[in-house]
Write a protein that binds this ligand. Sequence first.
Ligand code: PMP
Length: 437
Amino acid sequence: LNTPNDLAPFWMPFTANRQFKSNPRLFVKAEGMHYTTSDNRQVLDGTAGLWCVNAGHAQPKIVEAIQQQAQELDYAPAFQMGHPKAFELAARLVAMIPGDLDHVFFTNSGSESVDTALKIALAYHRAKGDASRTRLIGRERGYHGVGFGGISVGGIVNNRRFFGSLLAGVDHMRHTHDPARNAFSRGQPEHGAELADDLERIVALHGAETIAAVIVEPMAGSTGVLMPPKGYLERLRAICDKYGILLIFDEVITGFGRLGSPFAVDHFGVMPDIVTTAKGVSNGAVPMGAVFVRKGIYDAFMNGPENAIELFHGYTYSAHPLACAAALATLDVYREQDLFQRCADLAPYFEDAVHSLKDLPHVIDVRNMGLVAGIELEARPGAPTARAFEAFLKCYDKGVLIRTTGDIIALSPPLIVDKAQIDTIVGTIADVLKDIA
Ligand code: PMP
């Protein structure tokens, strides 16, 4: 079994299946900034896998920690039991995140972190005797994974339209993306903070006393790298405070250094009530997620309201020993190599590099922050593939991995990337854009 035609009957990559059959892309090895393909080519990783391999691939310390852990203790239940690394990891994570989010709930993915956060929010209000607060508010173009909770609050209509009504009582705020006023902005755009007031519209529609929580990505990654306009997150926080609504930041992408600080919470200086993470917590090496909450909220969730039936929530693989070992080693590497600072230091260079694409054919917007960027291309209505996807194919053939969503190219290289590699990634995109009609 080594050609895609042999393999395809049993499993297929999640998108572009037909395209995959005619142009297979199989990775057989990865190290540092590079993948090796089945035909033995090196591909420079401009996307950190799926926004997760922040410390680079096959990071030796992380590999060693996983190997050792597999020998020592492969598995321990997280119900009425534990293992030391789970407690150590929880303590270290809590010490990293600012504010009073002093408890962690372990999951295995971003989608599970989101479901967990939504359940925590509802349980918290119920424990306070506020059982009518059951509504959850997301945002258009929000992405929160593919669980039923995540697609309900998520703002991608195609992801939820086939699945009926999903979670009841969900509403969506307008998204913040306003290219007409903010094209080629660097960092946070100037315009659009007032879009937070769409939450006021929703509050007026349903009544504040029915709303449990608002969930947003502080920077929306998967739907095209959309930066929050200046003042937007502050305004969301103020509205949530005014009405007793919990604010959840989904930091599955922004957590662990992507913006040049440990969390987006540090970067923007706005403190939510709950933070969801995954991806970078274990460098993508073993699946893991973590939800941060403060003690009062955690207790309400774990203990349930007085006299109520005891709540149960937890996964077979919550705080899995391999994931905890990987995450502890990952945190060590982040610290030893000062990777979040490295991201911040490289950010201006990366910014200039991606903005050098400004005048190339089809480029209608470039957005960036830390080591993440979105390059938006003009839509090509009626064409079988978007220009961005064509760019992805051409870049891949030239040995550079980029990611696309619709008409947008997303870049999020591992934080170990160097300037020459940034030049290669951006230069390759520039080359291929000239070849696209
Ligand atoms: N939330 C956000 C903000 C994400 O970016 C993602 C994944 N891209 C998820 C949730 C879902 O994470 P997972 O794929 O690990 O379930």
